[in-house]
Design a binder for this molecule. Structure first.
Ligand code: 13P
Length: 250
């Protein structure tokens, strides 16, 4: 009932030329794939090129972040209007690397989510506990407050296209994936929280992706969990062969 979404977050990797050469190899490998939705999140300088190359393909394209205002004196920022004007359909919000290195807060994620909804983007809100949170038994508390603050003032109707990505900080870029059962438990918690903060219908239909060292070797075990509705892949999405193996998991 929830169509899986397989997304690649390229972070700060690939020039436009490298992005296009990835697509030359990757698009033919997934051309008829319709079991899952596919999306790529290239860096800002590649966004226009990737959008052009993916037009009329089965791959959606989104930005890795955005400001919540349409314009203003905010050096280095990109607005929802700008992203929408070049045909962007998706946007990642609240990635843990932004939270960790660039001071992203739940309050700003909330403003960005509202802007994303207003501009008809499909927003992917990233949440996840740090290793310290987990060791201190604060996983539930962290996820609850990230979800509830992100959704403050957002109705279930407005959150219609919302996707949540559970990315435990301790599993990102470390090579150590969360055990599928541990991940599924966190997904259950997030779903429960969506129900509490919005309503059960939204909780039931919202896709919750897992992210954190997803690879061709562990995708099947993750996708066997009923609670896992897709993945947000970092490192393994940079290579067309490995990302295509993830897409074609069995
Ligand atoms: P890795 O797959 O490289 O661990 O990154 C996960 C991630 O942060 C995706 O957004």
């Amino acid at each position: 009932m929830r169509k899986p979404l397989i997304a690649g977050n390229w972070k700060m990797y690939k020039t436009p030329r490298e992005s296009l050469s990835f697509l030359d190899a990757f698009l033919p490998l997934v051309v008829r794939h319709n079991r899952d939705e596919l999306a790529l999140f290239p860096p800002m300088t590649s966004l226009g090129y990737v959008l052009d190359a993916c037009a009329r393909s089965n791959v959606s394209v989104g930005a890795q972040n955005m400001h919540w205002l349409n314009e203003g004196p905010y050096t280095g920022q990109t607005s929802p209007t700008m992203l929408s004007s070049i045909g962007c359909s998706h946007v990642l919000l609240g990635h843990s690397e932004l939270r960790l290195y660039f001071g992203e807060t739940d309050e700003r994620v909330n403003l960005k989510l509202k802007a994303a909804i207003k501009h008809n983007f499909s927003p992917i809100v990233c949440v996840g506990e740090s290793e310290a949170d987990r060791n201190a038994g604060k996983t539930e508390q962290t996820l609850r407050s990230q979800i509830c603050t992100a959704l403050r003032g957002v109705s279930a109707e407005e959150a219609d296209r919302l996707v949540v990505a559970y990315e435990p900080v301790w599993a990102i870029g470390t090579g150590s994936t969360a055990n599928p059962h541990v991940a599924a438990e966190a997904h259950g918690l997030i779903r429960h929280e969506l129900g509490r903060c919005c309503n059960q219908a939204l909780a039931g239909k919202t896709r919750i992706l897992y992210g954190g060292s997803v690879k061709p070797e562990n995708i099947s075990a993750l996708m066997q969990q009923e609670e896992i509705d897709g993945v947000l892949v970092g490192g393994a999405s940079l290579d067309p062969q490995s990302f295509s193996k993830i897409v074609h998991y069995t």
